[in-house]
Design a protein around this ligand. Sequence first.
Ligand SMILES: N[C@@H](CCC(=O)N[C@@H](CS)C(=O)NCC(=O)O)C(=O)O
Length: 184
Amino acid sequence: MALKYAGIEVEHREIELRNKPSSMLQVSPKGTVPVLCVDQLVLEQSVDIMRWALGKSDSDNWNLVDQSLSQAWIEKNDGPFKALLDQFKYPNRYPELNQEEVLHSALDLMLNPMEANLQSSLYLLGSKMTWVDIAIFPFIRQFSIANPEKFDGLDLPCLKKWLNQHIESELFRSVMQKYPTWVD
Ligand SMILES: N[C@@H](CCC(=O)N[C@@H](CS)C(=O)NCC(=O)O)C(=O)O
């Protein structure tokens, strides 16, 4: 989304995670997606790719954020919330965990604090959309899809409105397409 927003054209190589092409592992042995190869650089973290793209072009000032606030949200999302998301998405991998407890931890840690922010402003960090909204909403989307009935029953009206706005956005739709799988 950041690349598209910044108007950067890329050669998009969709890969099969179960069968990673050796050309990818050669440039990025850590073997996770996304990876961006540009100007002799190999960017292997989504957040680095976003920063690089916005450094090139940022017409709506997505980058105009309080640095420590944005970092705190991203760290919470990528660390403990991502762990809870995996536990919520793949309960069979965590038979020892109680799903209700996982859900409550996710609410306490992330979903309720986001709801509180979104009750007083349209976006996570205030009245303007920033890269932090774009970085975090795909994780909330995954959470909502993992157990739609449960998610629908949660009292998070502003979070749901925010999520739908992003899911229905032209930007999201334009990048969420099926791409052919890359074969070396
Ligand atoms: N912190 C990394 C996480 C990357 C990551 O874990 N990607 C997953 C897919 S969403 C992956 O490539 N997993 C490797 C695998 O499943 O083999 C980032 O934001 O780029």
